[in-house]
Design a binder for this molecule. Sequence first.
Ligand code: SF4
Length: 231
Amino acid sequence: MTKSNMYADAKTWSPSKGCEFDCTYCVPSFQRQAKRQKHICMKCYRYTPHTHPERLLKVPNAKIVFACGNGDIAFAEPEYLFKIVEAIRVNSSHSHKEKTFYLQSKKPSCMQPILKLLPENVILITTLETNRDEGYNKVTKAPVPSERYNQFLELDYPRKVVTIEPAMDFDVDIFGEWITNIKPEYVWLGYNSKDSVQLPEPSPEKMKALAALLEENNIPVHCKTLRGIEL
Ligand code: SF4
């Protein structure tokens, strides 16, 4: 297990922004940050899905680029998603693929049409907080965990990462099997870090058991907020 900062050496690039999945834990994080944009773009301020095509060619210089990290690309029109991919391809050829691009969605099926166009320096990410569907609609309007898992699993693409954060109570055996089946390069694991958000959470013992199971299956676990638990 490694302690890592997801955002070290990373910059967010936002040719599209906003999201309507309304995750409860997004309000005090991404959506609060978006409020700083009030004097620049009211759609950014409101977190309404929209595009900024003037940014397509302004890819930041950073080792890691979170493409459309302030929102979910599931809300981008398919034609615009192709433009984002083309911008990634052009930038990757100029930078000799020294950058790694992360593309993330809680509705992974939206990435199906672009799979064959992605250069090898693109990693696909989805969040899976739990394997449990029951009650999940109280937390977000995004596809329920089982649906999201199947969508991500079905993406025929060699480079994937799963974010288990903020972790919600899960069944170690089922959840561990899901993650193992996906074969991610690594996972992020952490609890909710916002005091204002209440979620049904796994016990420290479950977090440890899941981390151990993943490591046994050669899936590195990168730790985030763990409240002192030693995995
Ligand atoms: S899917 Fe991501 S961007 Fe959308 S509401 Fe949830 S946390 Fe925020």
